[in-house]
Design a protein around this ligand. Sequence first.
Ligand SMILES: [Zn+2]
Length: 300
Amino acid sequence: MPMPEAKPDAGKVDLSGEIPVSGGEPGDTLGPIAPSRLPCIDAHIHVDLYPEEEQDALLRQAFEHGVEAVIAVSMDLASSVRTRELALRYLGRVHPAYGFHPEQEPPSEGEREELFDWIRERHRAGEAFAIGEVGLPYYKRTEVEAGGGSFDETPYLTLLESFVALAAELDRPIVLHAVYEDADKACELLAIHGVKKAHFHWFKGSTRTLDRMAEAGYSISVTPDIAYEHEIVEVVKRYPLRLIMAETDGPWPFDGPYKGQPTVPAMARESAIGIASVKGLDVSETAETLLRQTRTFYNL
Ligand SMILES: [Zn+2]
């Protein structure tokens, strides 16, 4: 999520009705392919941030509607524990990532050690997982700086470097929240530790940074805001399709055509539709490509 401190009210997710997908109207560009048939993995969602009593319905409905799997990221140790429980309940469908979201106060050294010990335990047990969501507090930092304050980024950089080193040590993919100039700092850490499997979720940044990331072979993912954010359209135009995945970052709410709709995993299809449209490619082939890349990246 871009700004968890301004945590959206996920609201009451109405899971009883139709899933909110667009593009299925007669005469649209999808031709005979119904959007609900498009292959789809949501490459980044915070399942544990939905109201607890709605999580099972959210996932069950997603899988019933053809979502093949979700990559469920975590905010901290407690969130990682909850995400693991979901992953055990939906084996092969909910793929967990364990980490500490950067847009919050950094953990104490004791808390950090506890989280790292717990992650290493999962590794020793041979469990499937990625490292994430980790990164740098772009929104928190720029908010403080815009108010004339100074922001000490050092503890966040130290924490991120320890996660990058952990990803290298355990040979796991890493999910990054690092946008604009913060992505360059993350790229440096990834290079130092030789981490190749990096996924910059909901990426925004300069063309220079994008080219650097593409050169390094890092992946990005795109949310449904591609339908109304010019900046995202430009990112997708420039970035190679072979390094793109589709995500929702749910329960983060979207604007534009999705205003007022609860965010559900099947909306990753909206990202796929947007990516195909920007790239001028066939929708179902693009969706297949995105899905295949997500499977490969996360070893699903
Ligand atoms: Zn997120």
